[in-house]
Design a protein around this ligand. Structure first.
Ligand code: SF4
Length: 430
């Protein structure tokens, strides 16, 4: 979502100030750090990066003409405190306030100093944004922001605010513009995307499944994905959409966080391990090629060895195709930060290493199982593996590198998978 927001900020400043994105900070007049607050490490990285970039620019610009701005969830959570830790920062704004940047830049030009905007609603922002300038085969469109679930470890309800769904007509209009600009894959984004609920102009209620069907009706849409979903907000209509909507890719990122019911309860996740297990089974029944991804937190307060072993057992049972795993990071204002029975750091680190060993092994085994398959690949970009190579994704969201003319970027091609690697596949153009 931060990548999406950064693109919209660029659209906005292009319209208001004729600005364009440059490739290195030392050729910029305005530097925006669009931040994440989900883990402590991300927040600390902001301050070290601010210092590093500031020092680099001082060599070029000793009088300090460059404007520094901090946006995103650290901006929202820390507000004016950022000016104390990094006094050269000029602007601070939250994720729902970036539409105010043009006004803030005007105020700064008129002599204003240390301006902070952190109190708008998502609806204000979307009403003020210009048409998306997105170009390229894969386009993200935010359809929902914020969250009402208040998992006990999570800052999202405090930084992105309460759940809000973007009106159907706005979503469809942005999808249409992206398609006109050459997109063939649409990714619908939300912090809790399957909680999407909004009216269309005829006062008909749309949930995510209905919205997906509407997007799929647009002629040039070849692929649709959505991220990130909550297990308690899954429903049968969404399941049916995987069976019936040809453009909906068989890929679901469905975080579980732990394989222990007592830890899930302490996390206030609102679902059990068995509920998750049933959804994983239903999804694989409805679409045998379903790629399932998840998130895990280890070392949550009170997590015992037995709880952790339950997580390992679940990982072996579900055999996730991909997963993000993290050590618990206490975040300000969240219930988990003040819970007793915090797990010692060393124990948490040891558990994380063990979990990642399991996840990586299974991911590699699953990737190797793809060898010999013929896949439809949407070619997204040139490959980091060198010239003459391109990178695309399968419908199941696996990355595939293969030799091809870069002229095929943006097209669907048929590729035979010839090798399964830890994080990607190698293929051969058919
Ligand atoms: S559902 Fe996701 S975004 Fe919402 S509070 Fe829980 S972890 Fe955070």
């Amino acid at each position: 979502m931060n990548v999406y927001d950064a693109g919209r900020i660029a659209d906005l400043l292009q319209r208001s100030h004729g600005m364009h994105v440059v490739s290195t900070p030392d050729s910029a007049d305005l530097i925006i750090f669009n931040t994440c607050h989900i883990r402590e490490k991300a927040e600390e990285k902001l301050f070290s990066e601010l210092g590093r970039v500031k020092k680099m620019l001082e060599r070029r610009d000793p009088v300090g003409q460059v404007v520094f701005a901090v946006g995103g969830c650290v901006g929202q959570a820390d507000g004016a405190e950022i000016f104390r830790r990094a006094p050269f920062v000029d602007l601070v704004f939250g994720p729902q306030n970036y539409h105010e940047l043009p006004r803030m830049l005007e105020q700064l030009a008129d002599g204003g100093r240390r301006l902070c905007a952190i109190d708008a609603e998502a609806v204000d922002k979307f009403d003020a944004l210009p048409e998306t300038g997105h170009r390229g085969p894969v386009a993200s469109v935010t359809i929902q922001e914020g969250c009402n679930r208040f998992c006990s470890y999570c800052v999202v309800p405090y930084t992105r605010g309460r759940e809000w769904s973007r009106p159907v007509a706005d979503v469809l209009e942005e999808v249409r513009v992206c398609l006109d600009h050459g997109a063939v894959e649409i990714q619908l984004l939300g912090q809790n995307v399957n909680a999407y609920r909004a009216m269309d102009d005829d006062k008909t209620m749309f949930d995510l499944a209905r919205l997906i069907r509407e997007v799929a009706r647009m002629a040039s849409v070849k692929r649709i994905r959505f991220v990130t979903s909550h297990p308690a907000d899954m429903n049968d209509d969404l399941l049916q959409a995987f069976a019936e909507v040809a453009a909906l890719c068989p890929y679901l990122h469905l975080p579980i966080q732990s394989g222990s019911d007592s830890v899930l309860q302490a996390m206030l996740r609102g679902h059990s391990v068995d509920h998750y297990r049933q959804w994983a089974q239903k999804l694989r029944r409805v679409h045998p090629d379903m790629t399932l991804a998840s998130d895990f937190i280890v070392g949550f307060p009170g997590e015992t060895d037995a709880d952790f072993n339950d997580t390992l057992a679940l990982v072996e049972e579900i055999r996730f195709d991909h997963a993000y795993s993290f050590l618990f990071s206490p975040r300000p204002n969240t219930a988990a930060a003040s819970m007793t029975f915090q797990v010692p750091l060393e124990t948490g680190r040891r558990r994380l290493a063990i979990l990642q060993e399991h996840l990586n092994r299974i991911q590699l085994e699953n990737n190797r199982r793809q060898v010999g398959r013929r896949e439809e690949i949407l070619v997204e970009t040139t490959s980091r593996l060198g010239s003459g190579m391109v990178m695309g994704r399968t419908r199941g969201n696996r990355r595939v590198n293969f030799a091809a003319d870069p002229a095929c970027i943006g097209q669907m091609v048929a590729v035979e998978i010839i090798e399964g690697l830890p994080n990607s596949l190698r293929g051969r153009l058919v």
